[in-house]
Design a binder for this molecule. Structure first.
Ligand code: ZN
Length: 433
């Protein structure tokens, strides 16, 4: 391809000049008002990030829709498979369940990491859509039937009854309402949760995304940022109406992604067993007239990613995999033992209208503290049953209990941890031929 062809290609896609950044009070900076924390969606205003010709000046938020998938949108447009000015047709996409509005939707202290009106933009912002403003949903609500092999087995051996409305049959089909949420950050609120200055947060976000969002620096008037990270999915068992009912018992599992275990059933950690235990307990609670919720966050490998995770696995297996050195192995490579930072996690509980948790299916002290700090009491914490802990994952679970994870059993001592060893690589060749 000649350079003339390339130049023609760019002109085809983008007829306007490149706008590297904007400053307040420019003609390209005339944002539609966005009053985060307003309980009336009209007064709050829609979140606009589109940089298309007719939206550039109206933007009131930094970033892009789709989290990390924004990059695929860019590829689709660059390769000519998607029109840069494409607008979605939202016919029939509305939620399968209308979650009742909560006081927290209009509280800028309680919801800072998602758009409380992101599920119903067609309803709230029809006028803007009709005027050509590119408003997009950041939440979608649907329903489905799911089948998980361990749940099918629990049904087969009679541990879970077939009730015909939640557990449908002996094959293990279970009815579920699902809510997908993309992150939308109100930067002053996020800064406050982490106890840092907003200007410092903006600088760090700018620097450590390769300088990708200069408006973090040049547009202090824009307070909302759609970060290029994964979101979350809520799985609700039983009537979604019951989730926010304070008179109904609630079982909750908050789970952070671990693809190797969750999907591929690696036995080095307790992730899938705990997730499936959470699903089973959530179903049980719903069958007993309560409500069961499982929330799945895309925070692979403690939000360090799978590459770092596998490096840690190697250093553990080659360096003597004992529980006393478990966290140190991660710290050596990542500089910290965990980047999941649960401070923003409780937003989804506020959005759902959860005001207390009867049974928390998690041992994490970080999740517990984050939820309780947000004023949501947890009445009971339920550890993973011993028989569900894979042998090779004892290193992880014992190290976590020693570091503060909740456990009903005995606390391992420093000496105990030295004796908890993971499986070695003895039967593996460590060299490729
Ligand atoms: Zn795991």
């Amino acid at each position: 391809m000649t350079s003339t062809h390339i130049a023609a290609g760019i002109a085809d896609r983008y007829s306007n000049r490149i706008v590297l950044t904007t400053y307040p009070n420019q003609s390209v900076a005339n944002p539609i008002p966005l009053q985060w924390g307003e309980s009336n969606p009209e007064e709050r205003g829609p979140v606009i990030v589109s940089r298309s010709k007719n939206n550039l000046s109206k933007r009131n938020a930094i970033g892009a829709h789709g989290g990390s998938y924004a990059i695929y949108t860019a590829l689709a447009i660059a390769s000519g498979q998607l029109d840069a000015d494409f607008r979605p047709n939202f016919l029939n996409t509305q939620p399968t369940f209308n979650f009742p509005a909560q006081a927290a939707w209009g509280d800028k202290k309680k919801i800072v990491a998602m758009d409380p009106f992101g599920h119903a933009i067609v309803r709230y912002y029809r006028r803007h859509l009709e005027e050509g403003v590119d408003v997009r949903p950041t939440i979608a609500v649907t329903r489905a039937t799911m089948r998980v092999s361990e749940i099918s087995e629990a049904i087969n051996i009679g541990r879970l009854p077939i009730d015909g409305s939640i557990v449908l049959n002996k094959q293990g089909d279970v009815k579920v309402t699902k809510v997908a949420v993309e992150p939308v950050w109100y930067l002053p609120g996020v800064a406050e949760r982490f106890g840092v200055d907003e200007t410092l947060l903006r600088r760090a976000l700018f620097e450590h995304t390769g300088g990708n969002y200069p408006e973090l620096i040049t547009r202090p008037d824009m307070k909302v940022f759609l970060p290029p990270i994964g979101g979350l999915t809520v799985y609700i068992f039983g009537d979604p109406e019951r989730v926010s009912d304070p008179n109904v018992r609630l079982a909750l599992r908050v789970h952070d992604e671990c693809n190797g275990s969750d999907v591929f059933q690696s036995d080095i950690c307790t992730c899938r067993p705990y997730l499936v235990f959470g699903i089973e307990e959530a179903i049980k609670e719903a069958q007993n007239g309560g409500s069961g919720v499982v929330i799945y966050f895309r925070k692979e490998g403690r939000a360090l990613g799978e590459v770092v995770k596998y490096l840690v696995y190697n250093s553990r297996k080659r360096g003597g995999d004992t529980a006393d050195k478990y966290f140190q192995r991660t710290e050596n490579i990542a500089g910290t033992k965990d980047m999941r930072f649960q401070a923003l996690m409780p937003d989804i509980l506020h959005w759902l209208g959860i005001t207390k948790v009867d049974r928390m299916l998690s041992m994490s002290n970080m999740k517990y503290d984050a939820i309780v700090e947000q004023g949501i009491p947890i009445h009971e914490r339920v550890p993973i049953p011993d028989e569900l802990i894979p042998e090779d994952s004892r290193v992880e679970i014992d190290a976590k209990i020693h570091s503060g994870y909740f456990s009903a059993g005995k606390q391992p001592t420093e000496q105990d941890l030295k004796e908890v060893k993971g499986r070695g690589w003895e039967s593996w060749e460590d060299v490729t031929h």
